[in-house]
Design a protein around this ligand. Structure first.
Ligand code: IPE
Ligand code: IPE
Ligand code: MG
Length: 249
């Protein structure tokens, strides 16, 4: 695969996060049931993951199922869980062939046992891979993650192993599900929705946001490249002034 000339491979984000939205609308557009859209979403996952790995992105986080998605009809949830098990089981070999490590964040205990088993197997089998880490957010809620971190810190403080006066942003981050993973520099959301839907609230404090009208099942590597190009045109200031004049340095 060739990476477009317009992309500066020296200035890639280390971590890209994606809110994969629009499967249901894609299905409706094609006169099919919602599940059909989820199935086609897998093609977009495959294409995007391949493109990210080939480009040299180190972490790709995909929002696959939110804690709020448990409110959907049982039949859709069951189909999603089934699709998840099948896809992970089918794709583990490809992940290994491409040196990609699989991880998961979220309230994994709330997933069906068969799903957890498949996930654990694939995570273990890919754990030594080093080219890219693919992180699936499953039964994930950013507020749940932040509250869990606060609870764990409070427990550690109560047990005497953490000094409350020493709790800072760095220590707090280590209690999050994303401990050890750099914050995403770029967040992509498909389907024309302009919201975060409880995804990585802590981690996206200074992330560049990219929204596209494409529905997730139609998203391909070219769309991923467009997002990277847009990211590379942005000026990230982090509250500072830029460019700095010599006098300001
Ligand atoms: C995203 O597509 C996939 C999941 C949330 C699991 P949706 O299922 O939300 O599709 P729309 O937003 O209804 O089109
Ligand atoms: C966000 O999409 C969650 C995932 C993509 C897994 P939703 O479709 O669930 O979000 P809302 O309901 O539009 O906010
Ligand atoms: Mg949606």
């Amino acid at each position: 695969m060739s990476i477009p000339q317009s992309i500066d491979t020296q200035n890639l984000p280390h971590h890209v996060a994606i809110i994969m939205d629009g499967n249901g609308r894609w299905a409706r557009k094609h006169g099919k049931v919602r599940t059909f859209g989820h199935k086609h979403g897998v093609t977009a996952v495959r294409d995007t993951t391949e493109a990210a790995a080939e480009m040299g992105i180190k972490f790709l986080t995909l929002y696959a199922f939110s804690a709020e998605n448990w409110n959907r009809p049982r039949i859709e949830i069951n189909a999603l869980m089934e699709l998840l098990i099948q896809t992970i089981s089918k794709e583990t070999k490809t992940l290994n062939d491409n040196n990609i490590r699989l991880q998961a964040i979220g309230d994994l205990d709330s997933l069906p046992k068969s799903c957890v088993r498949q996930l654990d197997d694939s995570i273990a089998s890919t754990s030594d891979n080093t080219r890219m880490t693919l992180i699936l957010a499953l039964s994930y809620s950013a507020r749940w993650e932040i509250v869990r971190a606060a609870r764990r810190l409070a427990e550690a403080a109560a047990a005497g192993s953490v000094d409350p006066a020493r709790v800072d942003e760095k220590m707090f981050s280590e209690y999050l599900a994303t401990a050890g993973i750099p914050d995403p520099e770029l967040l992509i959301r498909t389907s024309g929705e302009y919201r975060i839907s409880n995804f990585l609230l802590w981690q996206i404090a200074y992330t560049e946001l990219y929204f596209t009208d494409k529905l997730w099942p139609d998203f391909r590597r070219e769309d991923f490249f467009d997002a990277i190009e847009s990211y590379q045109k942005r000026e990230r200031r982090f509250g500072d002034v830029n460019p700095k004049t010599p006098a300001q340095r």
